[in-house]
Design a protein around this ligand. Sequence first.
Ligand SMILES: Nc1ncnc2c1ncn2[C@@H]1O[C@H](COP(=O)(O)OP(=O)(O)OP(=O)(O)O)[C@@H](O)[C@H]1O
Length: 299
Amino acid sequence: MTEILDINNLSKRFGSIQAVDRLSIKVEQGSIYGILGPNGSGKTTTLGMILDVIKPTSGSFTWFGQKISHESKRRIGALLETPNFYPYLTARKNLQIAADIKGADQKSIGHVLHLVGLDQRKYTTFKGFSLGMKQRLAIAAAMLHNPEVLVLDEPTNGLDPEGIAEVRELILRIAAEGKTIILASHLLDEVEKVCTHVAVLQRGQLRAEGRVDTILSAKDQLVISTKDTLEAINILQTLPFVESFQPERGSIHLTLQEGYESADVNKAMFEAGIVLSQLVVRRKTLEAQFLEIIKSEAK
Ligand SMILES: Nc1ncnc2c1ncn2[C@@H]1O[C@H](COP(=O)(O)OP(=O)(O)OP(=O)(O)O)[C@@H](O)[C@H]1O
């Protein structure tokens, strides 16, 4: 996998506040990488540093294997804050102005309008747009120079449910075009729904990192029930891939070592002559894990 961004021990201090603390992450090409953390955890500061608008106190980062430069910046599209569009000009005219400012080809306007689903509304003035449409237009402007990477800070903040759904769907569509996306969010739900990878930040420090599906599946809990709970416990004790188990009101809750799944338990029980009346996988949500991370940090 090609590495798009490599952040190495990056730190930023504002006076007495350590906004980002020795952060190291790698973003692979084609991923939708979520930087997740509560307010004040250092997400915007991190994005500011990697976009060369905030000077790091220490540490380094590379884009496409190189230090940030005029050339690498042209391969990155970014939306850190809502751009100033002209309310009485149409979507198309606003994009023409944005393309002029960026030195982007005017021919790309048709493509980005199509990409964000606003080609039917290109002659509508900006002030007539819903908040979701305004945000989609902002993303269109960030895509004018056909960047390989799109960096978004809290892309659904302040939007109504319809706008949130539109923008999330758009992010997935842009990723499907082969672009890499890096987004900061304080919403667990957003990261779970949209991202392939996540880095969890707490007070500027990296608390967890990895593929969203791995983080989700790593701590799944199985709940099994059988008429013969005692015999089932005897069997569980002999199974090397059972990490832990706990009898609870007629059922048994267990976790498995990585690489094993409910079918392995089912098979082992069946072979031992035990019939399971219940076998349920309880997925630990990223939210539950996120709260654990925050709690353990506070200890
Ligand atoms: N220019 C600045 N001067 C002083 N402190 C700052 C500055 N910018 C950010 N901070 C502080 O650094 C910490 C991290 O802020 P940052 O904005 O990066 O967090 P965030 O995770 O993006 O949160 P939010 O979503 O609320 O913006 C916070 O404590 C914030 O108050």
